[in-house]
Design a protein around this ligand. Sequence first.
Ligand SMILES: *[C@@H]1O[C@H](CO)[C@@H](O)[C@H](O)[C@H]1NC(C)=O
Length: 260
Amino acid sequence: MTTMASFIYSWRFTFMFMAIMVRTVFAMPIYRPSPWAQAYATFYGDETASETMGGACGFGNLITNGYGTDTAALSSTLFNNGFACGTCYQIRCTRAKQCYNTFTTVTATNLCPPNWSKDSNAGGWCNPPRVHFDMSKPAFMKIADWKAGIVPVYYRRVPCIRNGGVRFSFQGNGYWLLVYVMNIGGGGDIASMWVKGSKTGWISMSHNWGASYQAFATLGGQSLSFKMTSYTSKETIIAWDAAPPNWQVGLTYKANINFH
Ligand SMILES: *[C@@H]1O[C@H](CO)[C@@H](O)[C@H](O)[C@H]1NC(C)=O
């Protein structure tokens, strides 16, 4: 065998080996955009988006918690009992003369509840099975003239771009820890979650409402770690020691890890 042939052979082998290594080390489940689909959009509140604060996801003040004013309330068909809290959507107006030729990205922070006293095609826009976005007025004004009231839209799920790590806002008491999970990147959603005190094993948390998860456990005086699995991408991440031993309810703790 010539030296050249064996060189090429071994080089090719090395390259293949490296490619497999790179894939193994860096292969992270990454949330990918969904195909475009059709829905309708309206808006609620005014230009200040103050009416969007609070909301059925439990994100509280959307400005201080990093979501800004580009948010939407989802019809229950999309809301999925709160599992869609924190998910992100690109939305663009279509087939209406009030459409602007632009799209905007919103985060789901609220539920648009059904109103069965209105017809689904006359005001009951959020009645199942309708797929509907009740957007903040600032977000709606980016895709259409607000005077349109309701417009047909195209939308797709997109990865959520967030600054920094996942945030945990604590409520509850000495025997019950209720955690609002915020600022989630990637798919933006959580399917299951566990908490681990520095003196305990992993304790499964149950979904409470919106983006909150709870554990009935005595965890005071222990540093707390959280393990979370994404609802959509199934990626699991662990935020080790996200809260220090002197953690308190009413405070928000920031992890240095996030979903992709
Ligand atoms: C539902 O619609 C009715 C009829 O328009 C209205 O009077 C009522 O306030 C609505 N309910 C809610 C919860 O918005």
